[in-house]
Design a protein around this ligand. Structure first.
Ligand code: CTP
Length: 424
């Protein structure tokens, strides 16, 4: 796909290098069009090396190629990341005083904008109105993430992670293609191996309330489950995501036709999964589930009670996966996840193999977290454990982004569904 990456002059411009790399991995031809200010934050040679194409900001460079109209006309997708308040204002007003704004004005491709700015600028009525204008014209605007900004402040305004921007842009492009297809002008997108299927995926991490303001929880971001939901959708499935405490910015990167159910605690997650089980072809438990919860939840905020410390009594939570396996309808595929560490006596993979057998799942996606590779990071390494003809098999270690891993898991699910059907 011919993709233009516009880069405006904000501190997050450096993250655009990762976006170029990700798009190149997905075999896009990437033309980077920075503003002159963007090049104060990151150099043109970086973009040239990563994209393999020349970089210019100026409508008077390479004039014989008529770049100021050609780049926009030829683009199949335009992504602007980061988009500053200033650039957003110019686009909303139809100003074309440099190569990037001229490109946006000439293109008929889908335009995706990922704003990044200080919270005050994001909330300013001028920016709010400009964003509304862009959205009303069909521009896809990704909400900024909440978090640390340049300097000591934090709030909404952070550029989302490069991988999430790319995923959002691709679903925007895919959605537009589907809409054109519905109007009959283009053939519908090819159905993937999950067309006509329904997949239910849990993601995130459960929280167990101690009192109205405190909880016991874990560090799972939900990125893996979100990536799985996108991959399953891309393969043609109907997808329901049961989301345990996932950042709303991350949830916004999902295609709009994925059903999202919000849950907080393990018992809520269990109820949602049980309710969704009966008409699902496959269940994927990617959520990190709290094994224990407080025996009692205080109704009002707990107070300090002296110097003796605090003892909490915890009770065990149900094993959701085990229950789903016990009650599954015939030919439903169930996938579990296991993050394991090894010890001097037992390798992590052996713990995973034992868990595969104990849980009774069809597939177990195992990753070795001994080396701090999993939580919140974009790259991961997994092995898929399954069984054929009564023999347990452990797949080769597969390295990649969470999107790549999800692709692999979804392929394994398709394989398993096909296998079950051919043997029943
Ligand atoms: N899981 C679940 N219910 C639980 C705990 C885990 O459904 N109460 C699911 C997770 O979503 C994951 C798989 O089981 O798909 C393995 O999670 P893990 O925490 O490794 O399993 P545990 O059964 O808690 O194993 P351990 O005894 O090693 O803690």
């Amino acid at each position: 796909m011919r993709t233009v990456l516009g880069v405006a002059g904000g501190i997050a411009a450096y993250k655009a290098a990762h976006i170029v790399r990700r798009l190149r991995e997905l075999e896009h031809s990437v033309k980077v069009v920075p503003t002159a200010n963007a090049l104060n934050f990151i150099g043109a040679p970086t973009f040239e090396a990563l994209s393999g194409q020349s970089v210019t900001t100026d409508v008077f460079a390479e004039v014989e190629d008529v770049n100021h109209v050609r780049i926009g006309q030829e683009a199949e997708l335009v992504i602007i990341a980061p988009a500053t308040a200033n650039l957003i204002a110019k686009i909303a007003a139809g100003i074309a005083d440099d190569l990037l704004t001229a490109t946006v004005l000439t293109t008929t491709a889908e335009v995706v904008v990922a704003p990044a700015m200080h919270t005050e600028m994001w909330h300013n009525p001028a920016t709010v109105a400009n964003i509304a204008t862009l959205r009303s014209r069909g521009v896809h605007v990704l909400e900024p993430a909440v978090g640390r900004l340049t300097g000591p402040d934090s709030g909404p305004g952070r550029l989302p992670e490069p991988e999430d921007i790319v995923a959002f842009a691709l679903s925007a492009k895919e959605g537009a293609r589907g809409a054109v297809a519905a109007g009959g002008e283009e053939p519908p997108p090819t159905a993937g191996g999950l067309a006509g299927r329904r997949i239910v995926i849990s993601a995130g991490g459960t929280r167990e309330a101690l009192d109205p303001v405190r909880f016991l929880g874990n560090r799972s971001s939900g990125k893996q489950g979100i990536a799985l939901a996108r991959a399953a959708r891309a393969a043609g499935s109907q997808v329901e995501l049961v989301a345990a405490n996932i950042d709303s910015g991350l949830l916004r990167t999902l295609p709009a036709d994925i059903d999202v159910q919000h849950v907080e605690s393990t018992l809520e997650l269990q109820a949602a999964m049980r309710a969704a089980q009966s008409d699902a072809d496959a269940l994927i438990m990617a959520a990190a589930v709290a094994d224990y919860r407080p025996a009692a939840t205080a109704e009002s905020k707990m107070k300090k009670s002296g110097d003796d410390g605090l003892t909490l009594r915890l009770v065990q939570n149900p094993d959701i996966l085990r229950g789903l396996v016990d009650d599954r309808p015939e030919s439903q595929i169930i996938v579990g996840f296991a993050a394991e560490t090894g010890d001097p006596d037992t390798a992590a993979v052996d713990y995973a193999r034992a868990k595969f057998l104990r849980k009774g799942v069809d597939l177990l996606v195992f990753n070795d977290v001994s080396s701090d590779r999993a939580f919140g990071h974009d790259h991961t390494a997994v092995q898929i454990i399954g069984s054929r003809a009564g023999e347990t098999f452990v797949g080769e270690e597969f390295h990649g982004t969470k999107d790549d891993v999800s692709q692999k898991v979804i392929e394994a699910v398709i394989d398993q569904l096909t296998h079950v059907e051919s043997t029943t």
